[in-house]
Write a protein that binds this ligand. Sequence first.
Ligand code: NAD
Ligand code: WQD
Length: 334
Amino acid sequence: MAVLVTGGAGFIGSHTAVELINSGKEIIIVDNLCNSNIQSVENIKKITNINNIPFFEYDCCCKKKLTEIFQKNHIESVIHFAGLKAVGESVEQPLKYYSNNLKSTLTLCEVMNKFNCNKLVFSSSATVYGSPETVPIKETFPTSTTNPYGTTKLMIENILKDICIANPNFSVACLRYFNPIGAHQSGLLGEVPNGIPNNLMPYITQVAVGKLKILSVFGNDYPTHDGTGVRDYIHVVDLAKGHLNALTYIENHCGFETFNLGTGVGYSVLDIIKTFEEINNITIPYKITERRPGDVAVCYADPTKSKDLLNWQANLSLKDMCRDSWNFTKSTFK
Ligand code: NAD
Ligand code: WQD
């Protein structure tokens, strides 16, 4: 009985693969490597000391290939990370995002149905809360989106909800991640952005390593403690562990449920820069620029539901996140 991990070569999927293996689960990875590298699968093996992790370089949009995986293996549940995630690119190329994110999920669900596999953990995002009116954000808050990437997540959530209504045996934990950063303590797994990073932490680490000259801080006139944007940064290892708890939950409950995976604490851009500089003893040159269109001032989770129902909470600190992000970038790019 195995857990199929789609997108398991990627940033969050690879960390989750390690946690699954360490907890004694048998896993199978499928990833078309469109935003990752086979090296991360090798590094999962290195960290876990397991040499025979089945890996399929297939596109989840391909029904024939997915069917082949389900035919050859006994798959009990699926964690579905596979998807495109760059917000800016999704605005420029919406069809690419609708096509990949929706088709891969629909195909996966069709194949799961055919093989009577009815347990799914889905990677959703805090982006489905749009511009929240208040914080902390609860799962019951209204949803809306501001870009095609976010819309794919919300559409998929609705599709999965409908599947659960139609099939009372189906069980979905929809995990709404806040801002995952950090890396594996080994320095072997982390985030490798394609081109110039859009997200804050990969930008900071690339400035630190000398690949980029200076960080632009997008606005210092927000109604926050220092004027810069506040987010709920969560260590990717804490996030990965949440998937194990979600699997346990769906083993015991049917139906559709959403969960916030965040720490419940918000930090500003300047807090991140300062902590990164202090813990790593390095200076990050930065300049204040205009606000980035579409950004909200403050976004952080109320993680109470995850604590109560999943028995999960984040444990690692902002210092851990900054130290591990730098440790990974140093060993990868220096
Ligand atoms: P990632 O790009 O590192 O990992 C996604 C993986 O999926 C990649 O390895 C990619 O090659 C693979 N993939 C994409 N489309 C595929 C397809 N059609 N078939 C097979 N493989 C495919 O991204 P990540 O940061 O690990 O994110 C994982 C999931 O979590 C994504 O669905 C993303 O939208 C979601 N998410 C990420 C964040 C974040 O900030 N990183 C926040 C919220 C939600
Ligand atoms: C964080 C803060 C920026 C870059 C995005 C997606 C969201 C989710 C997580 C997938 C903000 C500021 C950033 C920079 C800066 N992903 N910033 N200079 O926008 O909260 O969320 O990633 O689901 O959908 O939108 O994350 O890391 O881009 O920004 O000042 O060069 O850092 O303004 O306040 P965001 P981020």
